[in-house]
Design a protein around this ligand. Sequence first.
Ligand SMILES: Cc1cc2nc3c(=O)[nH]c(=O)nc-3n(C[C@H](O)[C@H](O)[C@H](O)COP(=O)(O)OP(=O)(O)OC[C@H]3O[C@@H](n4cnc5c(N)ncnc54)[C@H](O)[C@@H]3O)c2cc1C
Length: 420
Amino acid sequence: MITPELRHLAPRYDVVISGGGPAGMAAAIGAREHGAEKILMIDREREAGGILWQCIHHGFGLHHFGEELTGPEYAQRYLQQVLADDIDVLTDTYVYDISPDRQLKLMSGSHGIRTIEAGAVVLAMGARERTRGAIRIPGERPSGVLTAGLAQKFVNMMGVLPGRRVVILGSGDIGLIMARRLTLEGVEVLGVHEIMPHANGLNRNIVQCLHDFDIPLTLSSTIVDIRGRERVTGVTVAPVDEHLRPDLSRARDIDCDTVLLSIGLIPENELSRRIDLRLDPVTSGPVVNSTMETSANGVFACGNVVHVHDLVDFVSQEALLAGRSAGDYVTGHRPPADNIRLVPGDNVAYCVPHTLSTDREHVVYMRVRKPMEKCTIRFGDVLSSKVKYVFPAEMVNITVKPKFLENFHDDTLRVDVVQR
Ligand SMILES: Cc1cc2nc3c(=O)[nH]c(=O)nc-3n(C[C@H](O)[C@H](O)[C@H](O)COP(=O)(O)OP(=O)(O)OC[C@H]3O[C@@H](n4cnc5c(N)ncnc54)[C@H](O)[C@@H]3O)c2cc1C
């Protein structure tokens, strides 16, 4: 899909969306649905669509469209809708600054340095991959150590193989998907090493990408040395104890020419910091209320910039709400303010949104800290829901209806996941 060039950039828009991935596109559609007239979506890449263009595997859209699409197919459907809705799309443009009164500074290939004003802003900048420096792997500094997402871009978009014998560190979804992709391309994938005692990717990816291709997954194991002067020649892996300390007496060497890292994503919050948004230390994203508004008036956020999602369908669902709320903000149709703060309790790492209102239905997304089977998700004593299992890698989402909250008069609601 070619994003048409935007010839005229207006000095003021009702809603400006920073980031044109799945979150940005759904937010733009939501803002249009709720009455915003002039809408601009900006992306630093040549095409809007975000990470989806390089995800050529299927597995997108099962919840939203009820069919299994590839990443590019999913992106294409949304981008067509964005263009049909007459939303201005400005690509090859970086948003490098934002002020509390919602002036955005842009650096654009076709428009140069520009400042534009926005009635409301939606932050949808996604997340970036953690690199070797983030976990300080000891050893030499040869070429051949790269993130799984970069390898995915090389293989799927540029037709270049990153190496011939690969070890993958971390069992995040991107690493699992790449284990399969590289195997299909004739590369030898020697194994995936995960420091935690449980895998960090979706169960369906463990089965379809590792088990189906006989790729070994070693849990409680990490890389303790990378060797090679110009190019990687091998790594040393060692098991870790319950405090994640490697046991070097049981270390072993593996000959390889490439190390792929799939060790997590970090929300891209440089812009959020420019306007001192309140950030959640667990998600590393902005604290948001039930309309996805951040701690700055008229600044909304959605997608991976708020918390890392496993499925794009939930990104689109959350972003549609953020966009609709931005539309409501500029048309003056704001819902009543939130009156309940959610407090993560037993086995709950975080909840998004961070606050709720007793008068509306909400979808609450959360992640657990450790796997648990046959458990109950409890929202204080107003709501409890039985689930077969929970897993840190799989986001849990739960709908909270107003009827559960109508007799609730406290201002905090504790959320726990407990064994049945
Ligand atoms: C490798 C991989 C495999 C995946 N596989 C699946 C799958 O099988 N099924 C599934 O449902 N989900 C999958 N996902 C998850 C899903 O793709 C993501 O959750 C989703 O893409 C996040 O959407 P986003 O819009 O928040 O971020 P992104 O898609 O990352 O989009 C953010 C956009 O913002 C732009 N941007 C950032 N900063 C700026 C700035 N300052 N100025 C201008 N533009 C900016 C970026 O260029 C980017 O285009 C996968 C994700 C990855 C990374």
